[in-house]
Write a protein that binds this ligand. Structure first.
Ligand code: SAM
Length: 345
């Protein structure tokens, strides 16, 4: 007898093409919703390869649409694919796909910005933070208007180890407008260096995989698309609350072309601005004449740590917002100038 060769195949049975699915279910892309579809399976396979080996893994795919990337994920051998799609029109096409991969695909209709990813995977796949990443991947080609706020939300959850990061250092493979992908991966000194670079890189290893020309999508968007891969760091480079880091980074980049000191000063009330910003930069050992784009992540770490110490010494500093101070000032001025208005007499 022939030795029993256990050949496990993950390939999907013959199915209509994505183009045919779109016609079959009348899935016209909604321009206002920035729906641009990938129909070329070689391209969707290439994106999926960036995620790493998906064999026997759990995957959450965000915004599957007609299901091109979903097919590549299934073909790569994922054991459990949860797709979260907002637009109800895509559900029947996705159901067809899920029937072709029995027991391997779950469909959720909902908004990924509010969907609870901490509840939908088995607890036993969880790893500790310092361990290797869990067998859980997040993959998605979302509208650009969704991908950036979603990434910021995930970065915050990463720093709290909540949401999909309850399971450990869950990896993300996502698409962005090419310029945003460049900002995400920009190192210090590069013209693309920005808030987003620092916020992503203090928490993750960020890798720009490749660029997809806009013409690969149907309909064609006005921009090119970058695929970016994120692996959360076992040791985040800044060990402070996310909101605090965000506050320093936002202030530092306020005046991109000026010395970093100009933006950082605005962390402090006018009356103590000079003195406290000097203290901050001195205690962080950061050269005040560097441009914000020239600051390294360790310099940001030193700044956030020094600012946090200052907040302990000066009550209320953490709540200070220079815009509010300006607003109040204008209001007082206006009130003073308005005393001759009829309704005030
Ligand atoms: N992934 C598919 C592909 O590559 O061909 C579709 C890409 S299309 C740019 C974005 C998809 O995300 C659409 O199907 C859209 O309905 C869905 N989507 C948009 N916003 C969403 C949200 N907040 N939550 C879940 N899905 C969303």
């Amino acid at each position: 007898r022939m030795a029993s060769l256990k050949l496990v195949t993950y390939r999907l049975p013959p199915l209509p093409t994505i183009g045919e699915i779109i016609k079959l279910y009348n899935l016209k892309a909604e321009k206002q919703l920035s729906q641009n579809f990938l129909l070329d399976m070689r391209l969707t396979d290439k994106i999926i390869r960036q995620a790493g080996n998906l064999k026997d893994t759990h995957v959450c795919e965000v915004g599957p649409g007609p299901g091109g990337l979903t097919r590549s994920i299934l073909n790569a051998g994922a054991a459990d694919v949860l797709v979260v799609e907002k637009d109800i029109r895509f559900i029947p096409g996705l159901q067809l796909l899920s029937e072709a991969a029995p027991g391997r695909m779950r469909i959720a209709q909902g908004d990924i910005l509010t969907y609870r990813l901490d509840k939908v995977f088995p607890a036993h796949i969880a790893k500790t933070w310092e361990d290797v990443p869990p067998n859980l991947h997040i993959i998605g080609n979302l509208p650009f208007s969704v991908s950036t706020p979603l990434l910021i939300k995930w970065l915050e959850q990463m720093s709290n180890r909540s949401g999909p990061f309850m399971f450990g250092r869950t990896r993300l493979t996502l698409t962005f407008q090419k310029e945003v992908a460049e900002r995400l991966t920009a190192s210090k000194g590069s013209p693309q260096r920005s808030r987003l670079s620092v916020m992503a890189q203090y928490l993750c290893t960020v890798k720009k995989c490749f660029t997809i020309p806009g013409r690969a999508f149907v309909p064609k968007p006005d921009v090119d698309v970058g695929v970016v891969h994120f692996t959360p760091l076992a040791q985040p480079q800044i060990q402070q609350p996310f909101k605090l880091v965000e506050r320093i980074v936002r202030n530092a980049f306020q005046f991109r072309r000026k010395h970093c000191r100009r933006g950082l000063e605005m962390l402090f009330p006018e009356s103590q601005r000079q003195e406290l910003s000097e203290q901050l930069l001195h205690s962080a050992d950061v050269d005040p004449t560097l441009r914000p784009t020239e600051l390294s992540i360790s310099e940001f770490r030193a700044l956030v740590d020094a600012y946090s110490r200052l907040c302990h010494e000066h009550q209320g500093l953490n709540d200070y917002d220079f815009r509010e101070e300006l607003r109040l000032k204008h209001k007082t001025k206006r009130a003073a100038g308005n005393t001759k208005e009829p309704h005030l007499q």
